[in-house]
Design a protein around this ligand. Structure first.
Ligand code: IPD
Length: 270
């Protein structure tokens, strides 16, 4: 048992339970609302967030909760909320459906992302891949697993052999342009490209070695921080696009198998 195992076990349980609830709603008609022009939320995102929040706060009443839907519907600015979070409390950071657009259209890349932070550090990371019913999990100082099998990042060491994933950000249109410019310029320097538009699924794919590199601009803490710890504990490396280590206001991220990190920091310089 690790230091955070009690929290990890609760996160695993509720990620799976909420994931199965989301899956049961997959082919129903949804009430889709726009958060911004290309950023959507459904009643199922809210149900999932409520379910996860109620369970975790009932288990750990002195913990705080930072969920995508409550933060994005708040009148307060996201960065201001992050700044107001105390260092000496456990904070659950949750994306109740990462890949909402895929969920709405029945495209199978969507997941639930649950991370626990303490003192600005991620100490537990859980991602549930809803379509394939795979649970990815880790805790600080531990290894990373898919269900009960340990996972490792790839061993690809040559940039030209790299499979890269990125995204088409929902709310930062300037970031879209920068991603497309980078891809246009560098497209013949890598093996192939995936655009799943689901940060957590790209993250776990990095962690188990299906892809070698993942970069995305203009995302949010709830999209990537659980997958980040899973990638790191699977032997990978995670940083800002400028090489800076994890911080809570990070928006532009690069995750690699570690071997390719410096090469891609140079390759996708903006
Ligand atoms: C989305 C995904 C995607 C990113 C979008 C996000 P959401 O999360 O993480 O990778 O490109 O910008 O909105 O909103 O479906 O939870």
């Amino acid at each position: 048992m690790g230091t955070y195992s009690i929290y990890l076990e609760s996160a695993k349980k509720i990620a799976r339970d909420a994931g199965l609830m989301v899956k049961a709603h997959l082919n129903k008609k949804h009430n889709v609302q726009n958060k911004s022009q290309f950023d959507f939320v459904t009643e199922v995102d809210k149900m999932s967030e409520d379910m996860i929040r109620s369970y975790l706060i009932e288990q750990f009443p002195d913990h705080l909760f930072f969920g995508e839907e409550s933060v994005s519907s708040s009148k307060l600015d996201e960065d201001a909320i992050i700044d107001s979070l105390p260092d000496d409390k456990y904070i659950w950071v949750v994306d109740p459906i990462d890949g909402t657009t895929n969920f709405i259209r029945g495209i199978p890349q969507f997941g639930i992302s649950i991370a626990l932070l303490y003192n600005k550090e991620v100490v537990v990371g859980v991602v549930y891949d809803i379509s394939l019913e795979r649970l990815f999990w880790t805790e600080k100082g531990g290894l990373s697993y898919c269900n009960n099998l340990e996972i490792k990042v790839s061993e690809t060491s040559i940039v030209k052999n790299a499979i890269v994933a990125t995204s088409f950000p929902a709310s930062d249109l300037n970031a879209r342009q920068q991603i497309m410019n980078t891809i246009t310029e560098k497209c013949n320097e890598m093996t192939s490209l995936r655009i799943w538009n689901c940060a957590s699924i790209a993250g776990i794919s990095e962690a188990y070695g299906a892809i070698d590199v993942y970069f995305e601009l203009g995302i949010h803490l709830w999209d990537f921080c659980a997958a980040m710890l899973i990638i790191q504990n699977a032997g990978g490396k995670f940083s800002d696009i400028d090489g800076q280590e994890f911080h809570m206001h990070q928006r532009n991220v690069l995750a690699t198998n570690g071997i390719l990190h410096d090469s891609f920091l140079n390759l996708i310089k903006l």
